[in-house]
Design a protein around this ligand. Structure first.
Ligand SMILES: Cc1cc2nc3c(=O)[nH]c(=O)nc-3n(C[C@H](O)[C@H](O)[C@H](O)COP(=O)(O)O)c2cc1C
Length: 412
């Protein structure tokens, strides 16, 4: 180049051991392959990638998939991608306090583990892993009606943990009431009534994969054993996979929903449940202010703004977008929660700033479970926790109370 002096700027020399020595840092090799894998996972997306490798396709797809064209799931994720967080600088964030209260009980994070059915399909440690990690992290964990661990076993695993029981109301109201009584006797703290499954959503991946529960030993699955020997070994050498609260032999999600769950569920049933259950009653699966208002008018203490992870109505409202109107309608009378599509701690921070008391996650911990059982769930919780803390610090928010609506906006 004209004007640049032509003498050489770079002067080379042979590397000297004295310079190299401080760079050589042999690290202890982690012998445990699961630990090695989990340690490398820095995000929930990384855990998802491990989960995909570690489990048969039908199992991974059952968690990962959504209804029909999966448009709702994409929209949920896109809504979180449109979030813009507004920081305040020059605030002392050397200590960030993520704790909150949920129905009067302390929670160390504004986060809870959502109910999932068939959980031991992901990993034999199943719900017991989930409640253990919840206790360790100081957050609530939910057990599903279609769970694979009994109400009593889940509660006994961590007697001190905050436990929520999720109810699908069955045609047989006496059987539903019996489940509620069992949850009460076992000391559950809240009852979540899921209202967005009047019929089963169409999960096309499950249909195409021929997912049945428990998995069958067919020619196709035998081939899968070769690819996922550890998963199969666990299935075949631990307690058999079965629905813990259902006696009938119903082999698919759709059959369970269609045979057992009552599509005639109405607000009258909420009144009935309100009489049956004196603790916090939460209606899970509302997406409009009107529905939230009706639920709270009938005595609900909380609502979960949720599209069931976009696993039911594919083209319904996007929960994050529906949240502000619902907070506006019932936020002063009930606790409002949000789920569906959360993959990062900043998603949680955004929803809390928009008025949610806390967020629920399902897939995030299911990926962890598939990636490494209880240790994988622990890793998922750690990832979300550190992301929540870091995002709050970057925002200049020292406490959950600092997460106010001015801190967040949705880009058009
Ligand atoms: C594998 C799986 C099983 C689920 N099973 C249930 C269930 O039994 N009852 C229920 O109310 N919700 C169930 N859900 C929905 C979750 O509780 C939650 O609303 C939703 O998945 C949250 O979205 P996320 O998975 O993107 O975090 C399930 C979700 C998944 C992924």
């Amino acid at each position: 180049m004209p004007g640049l002096r032509q003498e050489r700027v770079t002067e080379r020399r042979l590397p000297r051991w004295a310079d190299l020595r401080p760079l050589v840092r042999p690290r202890r090799f982690e012998l445990d392959a699961t630990e090695r894998r989990l340690a490398r996972a820095a995000t929930i997306a990384d855990l998802r990638a491990i989960a995909r490798h570690r489990t048969p396709r039908a199992v991974f797809d059952y968690a990962d998939g959504a209804a029909e064209r999966e448009i709702g799931l994409r929209r949920s994720r896109e809504a979180f991608a449109r979030v813009e967080l507004v920081p305040t600088m020059l605030r002392d964030v050397s200590k960030v306090d993520t704790s909150t209260t949920i129905f009067g009980r302390p929670a160390r994070l504004p986060l809870a583990f959502a109910p999932t059915g068939f959980t031991r399909l992901f990993h034999h440690e199943g719900e017991r892993a989930v409640i253990r990690v919840a206790q360790e992290e100081g957050i609530p964990a939910s057990l599903s009606t279609v769970g694979t661990t009994t109400i009593e076993r889940f509660a006994a695993e961590e007697p001190e943990a905050t436990k929520w029981f999720q109810l699908y109301v069955w045609h047989d109201r006496d059987k539903s009431a019996a489940l509620v009584e069992r949850a009460k006797a076992a000391g559950y703290h809240a009852l979540l009534v899921t209202v967005d499954v009047p019929v089963a959503g169409l999960r096309l991946r499950d249909v195409h994969n021929g997912l049945v529960f428990p998995p069958e030993l067919s020619a196709r699955t035998l081939a899968g054993i070769a690819r996922h020997p550890a998963w199969w070994l666990n299935v075949l050498t631990t307690e058999p996979l079965r629905f813990a609260m259902i006696e009938e032999d119903l082999r698919t999600v759709a059959r369970v929903a269609d045979r057992l769950f009552d599509p005639a569920l109405t607000t009258a049933d909420l009144t009935w449940l309100r009489e049956l259950w004196s603790g916090p009653l939460v209606v899970k699966g509302v997406l409009t202010a009107d529905d939230a208002r009706r639920a709270v008018d009938l005595g609900a203490d909380g609502v979960v703004v949720s599209s069931h992870g976009a696993r039911q109505l594919d083209l319904g409202p996007t929960p994050l977008e529906a949240l502000p109107a619902i907070v506006e309608a019932v936020g002063d009378r009930a606790e409002v929660f949000l789920d569906s599509g959360i993959t990062t701690g900043s998603d949680v921070v955004a929803a809390v700033a928009m008025g949610a008391r806390a967020c629920l996650v399902a897939r995030a911990y299911c990926y962890g479970l598939m990636a490494g059982g209880a240790r994988g769930v622990q890793r998922a919780a750690e990832i979300l926790r550190t992301e929540i803390v870091r995002t709050m610090a970057l925002l200049g928010a020292c406490s959950v109370g600092d997460l106010t609506p001015e801190r967040v906006r949705l880009r058009p």
